[in-house]
Design a protein around this ligand. Structure first.
Ligand SMILES: Cc1ncc(COP(=O)(O)O)c(C=O)c1O
Length: 369
């Protein structure tokens, strides 16, 4: 008899058309965002964990909120006018979000990035009408991020029309999450005990941590960072996955709001992303880092008694040529990063089934099934 079953209603009914929900109609792309979607990752991490999905908006990431908040503040205080050229250093997602907002408000935007920015992300920014400059050499004291920031300083000194929002120090960055992300979590999980947040600029982390602290809510805020990041004082090291970690400590960070820090090796990030993908959820690299760190933390605590939430900043499609490409993964992290647990190895007992190669269709370097 087959062991296949249809998911229980509570674990995910199939979508059906609701009878009378009014359509959402937007005139600007930033007007739409999904705040109420969580994935129950119990089956993936082996402990109860709800993952708040922030990738469902037109920019495809959580950075839409920070971008909108910072641009609106700059327009309100007269800093940003129609003559301005917005400039920002970004590893990708903020650049895409700003490109989208700049297009919808008829502003010019120049993104300064580095070679770790995915090609598809660069193309997205250009498709939205932005210009992209890639710095090619890291600086000794500050790596690629330092080089990007030096370039932005030079630009701003060369022409007064350049306006730098500076996501690393702009209070609008954390305020966006204080106003939206954290209250949404509090609304959906009023008894949340522990919140796992990845740390890049630390905007998401500081906004959420401040929100819960200001309300005297005893939520343990666990920052998740990449090994090789200097944000919480670790030694600098190679990091190839964009989103989390820094080579210059972000000015927004106030560690007194952070209860604990968990550091994750990129190899574990990759394995966690692949594991989630094998359960049907394709997330970006920083989500793999956060879920890996959260899983480790929960394994060391009384997880069954805790309500745990983690934040997934984006989805996985932009990482198909890196994280989800076996050659890229193997070259950087070795074959062990591609190991699949027996639980996830769906094709292991299909010996004798013709492979695409055998029927004349060459396979690509995508992850082996
Ligand atoms: C994919 C991804 N994850 C995580 C982050 C980190 O968010 P924050 O800058 O709020 O710390 C970013 C920031 O750009 C990102 O692009």
């Amino acid at each position: 008899m087959s062991s296949l079953s249809v998911p229980r209603a509570g674990s995910g009914p199939r979508p059906s058309a609701p009878a009378s929900v009014a359509p959402r109609i937007v005139a600007v792309p930033e007007a739409f965002n999904t705040e109420d979607l969580y994935v129950d990752l119990t089956g993936v991490v082996g402990a109860p964990l709800h993952l708040k999905c922030e990738g469902f908006n037109f920019a495809g990431s959580i950075k839409l909120k920070a971008a909108a908040e910072m641009v609106d503040a700059a327009i309100r205080d007269g800093h940003l006018t129609e003559d301005s050229v917005l400039v920002e250093s970004s590893s990708g997602n903020l650049g895409v979000a700003l490109s989208m907002i700049a297009a919808s408000r008829r502003l010019r935007f120049l993104c300064i990035t580095d070679p770790r920015c995915n090609l598809s992300t660069r193309r997205l920014m250009e498709a939205l009408g932005s210009r992209v400059h890639v710095v090619t050499e890291p600086v000794d004291d500050g790596g690629f991020l330092g080089a990007r920031i030096q370039y932005v300083h030079r630009l701003c000194a060369s022409d007064r029309r350049y306006v730098w929002l500076n996501q690393y120090a702009n209070p609008g960055n954390w305020r966006a999450h204080y106003r939206t992300t954290a209250p949404a979590i509090a609304r959906h999980f009023p008894d949340v005990d522990v919140l796992f947040v990845g740390a890049g600029t630390t905007g998401t982390l500081m906004g959420c941590a401040r929100y819960f602290r200001d309300r005297d809510r005893h939520v343990r805020v666990v920052a998740v960072d990449a090994v090789g990041s200097v944000t919480f004082g670790g030694p600098p090291g190679r990091r190839m996955i964009p989103g989390l970690g820094t080579s210059v400590r972000p000015a927004l960070l106030d560690e007194s709001y952070v209860d604990e820090v968990v550091r994750v090796e990129e190899c574990d990030t990759v394995r966690t992303c692949h594991r989630m993908a094998r359960h049907g959820f394709l997330f970006g690299g920083s989500t793999g880092t956060v879920v890996s760190g959260a899983g480790r933390w929960l394994a060391e605590h009384d997880a069954d008694r805790l309500t745990a939430v983690a934040i997934a900043p984006d989805l996985g499609e932009r990482y198909l040529d890196t994280l989800y490409q076996s050659n890229w993964v193997e070259a950087l992290y070795g074959p062990e990063a591609l190991a699949v647990s027996t639980d996830d190895a769906r094709w292991a007992d299909t010996a004798g089934t013709p492979t695409p190669d055998a029927v004349g269709q060459p396979t690509t370097g995508a992850l082996a099934p």
